[in-house]
Structure formats: structure tokens, C-alpha cells
Design a protein around this ligand. Structure first.
Ligand code: PMP
Ligand code: GLN
Length: 416
């Protein structure tokens, strides 16, 4: 419609996913696992639609089996009794949770703070809610930690300076896409101190990569810190954890008034989230703590798999002459590309998602088209004026089978 037209620009995903397909490139662009979901997860879906016959509408606020399971999990994680009926609700992936929250919380007078780089949907959704985005940078301080990605630092003074009486929302994504940074307890405590001093501010904690942490990095939930329960809404999703990004089961956990607003929006938007997928995820969550393929739990197995894939891709990127900033979490690697050559031809082109060509975008297209390895230009995660900050960076996904990663390694080696 005409009202929505200003938001209907082509996304980076709409450019690079089809480009990878049409060129036959190994797709290390969009973050989705390319392997089959685990058997116990697939069986959970079969059980949902056959044995449990969970095939009709369920409550708008979420299938009881799923919200009850989530309430038990978060009660343990957050150290408080979370009420399944009023403090948890289910959404169509984390994406729609974010949409319901930005729509409920923000209006034309409000400002929402996002850290930069940040997942591209935040800024688009803030704009769709009619509010203004305020950017605070994560700055890469080299050598700041053994994990590499720990070197992405938020300066609390810069966050404090960005807040005004109009600030209504802060979006905090940990573990972080695209950097793979895990905010430490100390960093979260300094954010909590600032939040306490700004009573109007709500923090939206996007924790979709919560189970994918490596090298002992600890995922700390801001909502578990003193005084933070009432100030945070925690959003997560089953897509990454169970390798089923297409199932789109997400959720929101938080204080009643904030969860209530999501429930109300959702009852009028989709009425209910598909029942079979919710029922299946409830079963998958119930089974995930059991020993799995020689590991104490499915989560241990998952982390070990991903860590191996991360290390494989780190080696391949180094051989291609890039400098990967080793992530502590998630399934993306940001790599520094200052030494790579970008053909003039690509700098001279423009695309619907990048009308004013940037170096990272041109290099991503060159790697995809001429070297058969697709990646994502991180300028998609910066606002127009800060896109130059991404000029020497590229994002590569390692949520791919070992044979695809090996294929990518051969192709990358030809560059180096
Ligand atoms: N938040 C972040 C940080 C993401 O990377 C993604 C994309 N996978 C989402 C939210 C969206 O999650 P979902 O697929 O559950 O909508
Ligand atoms: N979160 C995934 C990524 O960052 C997928 C994004 C999407 O499909 N919107 O690659």
C-alpha cells in the first residue's frame, strides 16, 4: 500500500540468497542450517500432528504445552517464578515478536536505541512503528580478548549520551548478530546501571543465539540482573537451536504489562501461531536436556558441532588472506578484508538493495559471482551515514554442512 511503500526496499537477503542460488555459489550468506533437523525434532512434529492431533487453532497467547515448558525453563534461568499464563507468549519467530513489541511500545514521539552493527530488521521495524532510531556503535578494540569478537566494545558513556527523555526502547542482542559477541556480565551490569537511571526505557533482549556459545563464553540474561525483570522483555526463538528456521516459533518472556501488549497485538494480527510447530517445539525442548549422541545433552552436541564448523571456516578465511574476528557465539564470522581486491566493475554497479555501491557490497558480489562463495555485506547492518564503517568487513555463515564448508574452503583458497 502507499502507506507502507517507504518501507518496501529490497532487503540484503532478497539479493544474496537468489544470487547464491543462480550462480551456484556455496551459500555462506543468509543464516540458516543446510542440514536435516535432528530426528527427535522431526519426530516431535509427526507426534504433534498424529498422536496429539494438535491441528486446530490454539490459544492466541500460545499452546499451553509450550508456554508451560518455557515458563519452567525461564524460572530457572532468571531465578524467579515465571507465570506461564501471563508472563510468556508465543510469536511467529523472534521477528514477529520484535514487530509486536515495536508496534506496542513505540509511537511518533519515541526514540529507540540500537547498537551498530545490528540485525537489519530492528531499524526497519522501528521506522514502521513511526519512531526514530538512534545508533550507538560497537567499536572493535583489537586484542581486547582471546575470542576476537569480545573486542567489539560498547562504551557506556556513548549509550548514556544517546538517551533522551524520548528514549523508550533499547534493543540489546546477545549473543550478537553479526559479530558473534557475547556481552559479559560486567558489560551487562554497566548497561543495567544506565537502564535504572532511565525509568521510561524498556530493554528488548534478543537472545535467539542463546544456546550457541563457544570456548566457555557464558550467556548472561540481562533480565536476571537485580531490578531488571520489570525493565526487560526477553525474545527468543527455536529456529537456531533446533535447526528449524522455517518453523518460525518464537516467544516473549517478561513482566505482565509488556507481555500483555504483545498478546493483545497478536490476537489481532495472526490470532494464533501454528499449533503443530508449537506442540513440536514443546516436545523438543522437553527432550533436549537428555544425553544426545555421546554428549550430556543436545545443547552440548550442538555447541560442539558449531565450534568445529567455526574453526574450519576461520582457517579457510585466513587462507584467503582475510582476518576473521573469531566469534564467541552464534553462527557468523565477521572477517576483515582490507587486503582483498575489489574489481572496479562491481564498484561501478548498483543493485536495488544497494543503490549507492559500497566496497563491502561490491566485494560480496565479486566473491559470490566470480569465486562461488556467497556472504553478506555488513553495511546492511549500519545506517546510511555509518555504512563506511563496514567497508572492510564481510559476514560469513558457518551453519553449513562440513562438505559445503570444505567446498567453500577450496574456493576461498583460490583467492588467497
Ligand atoms: N534476531 C536475530 C539477531 C537474528 O539473527 C534473527 C534471524 N535469524 C532473528 C532475530 C529472527 O528470528 P526468527 O527466525 O525466529 O524470526
Ligand atoms: N538471521 C539470519 C541472518 O542474519 C536470517 C535473516 C533473515 O532471513 N531475515 O542471516
Amino acid at each position: 500500500s502507499a502507506r507502507l511503500l517507504p518501507f518496501v526496499t529490497k532487503t540484503v537477503w532478497e539479493e544474496f540468497t537468489p544470487l547464491a542460488k543462480s550462480t551456484g555459489a556455496v551459500n555462506l550468506g543468509q543464516g540458516f542450517p543446510d542440514w536435516a533437523a535432528p530426528d527427535f525434532v522431526k519426530e516431535a512434529m509427526v507426534n504433534a500432528v498424529t498422536i496429539r492431533n494438535d491441528n486446530q487453532y490454539t490459544r492466541s497467547a500460545g499452546h499451553p504445552s509450550l508456554v508451560q515448558k518455557l515458563a519452567r525453563l525461564y524460572s530457572g534461568w532468571l531465578g524467579r517464578a515465571v507465570d506461564w499464563e501471563s508472563e510468556v507468549t508465543v510469536t511467529v519467530g523472534a521477528t514477529e515478536a520484535l514487530f509486536a513489541l515495536t508496534q506496542s511500545l513505540l509511537g511518533a514521539e519515541d526514540e529507540a536505541v540500537i547498537l551498530e552493527p545490528s540485525f537489519d530488521i530492528y531499524a526497519a521495524q522501528i521506522t514502521m512503528a513511526g519512531a526514530a532510531s538512534v545508533r550507538v556503535p560497537l567499536r572493535l578494540v583489537e586484542g581486547a580478548g582471546p575470542g576476537g569478537a569480545a573486542g567489539w566494545k560498547l562504551d557506556p558513556a556513548e549509550l548514556e549520551a544517546a538517551l533522551t527523555p524520548k528514549s523508550r526502547l533499547l534493543i540489546l542482542n546477545t549473543p550478537h548478530n553479526p559479530t558473534g559477541k557475547v556481552f559479559t556480565r560486567e558489560e551487562l551490569e554497566s548497561i543495567a546501571r544506565i537502564v535504572r537511571a532511565h525509568p521510561r526505557l524498556v530493554v528488548l533482549c534478543d537472545e535467539v543465539y542463546e544456546h550457541l556459545t563457544y570456548d566457555g563464553a557464558e550467556h548472561v540474561r540481562l533480565a536476571s540482573l537485580p531490578g531488571m525483570w520489570d525493565r526487560c522483555v526477553t525474545v527468543s526463538s527455536s529456529g537456531k537451536t533446533f535447526s528449524v528456521t522455517g518453523w518460525k516459533v518464537g516467544w516473549v518472556v517478561g513482566p505482565r504489562p509488556l507481555v500483555r501488549s504483545v498478546m493483545t497485538a497478536n490476537a489481532w494480527v495472526q490470532f494464533s501461531v501454528p499449533t503443530p510447530t508449537q506442540s513440536a517445539i514443546a516436545e523438543a525442548l522437553a527432550k533436549a536436556d537428555s544425553p544426545y549422541q555421546g554428549f550430556p545433552s543436545f545443547y552440548h552436541f550442538l555447541r560442539a558441532q558449531y565450534r568445529g564448523k567455526r574453526d574450519r571456516l576461520v582457517r579457510a578465511l585466513r587462507r584467503a588472506g582475510m582476518r576473521p574476528i573469531v566469534p564467541s557465539a552464534g553462527f557468523f564470522i565477521m572477517a576483515q578484508t582490507a587486503g582483498s581486491t575489489v574489481p572496479d566493475k562491481y564498484m561501478a554497479q548498483s543493485t536495488p538493495s544497494c543503490p549507492k555501491m559500497t566496497r563491502d557490497w561490491a566485494l560480496a558480489r565479486h566473491l559470490t559471482i566470480d569465486h562461488g562463495v556467497a556472504c553478506i555485506p555488513p553495511s546492511a547492518f549500519y545506517c546510511a551515514e555509518n555504512k563506511p564503517l563496514a567497508s572492510s568487513l564481510l559476514r560469513f555463515a558457518f551453519c553449513k554442512t562440513d562438505s559445503e564448508l570444505a567446498k567453500a574452503a577450496v574456493r576461498l583458497a583460490a583467492i588467497g
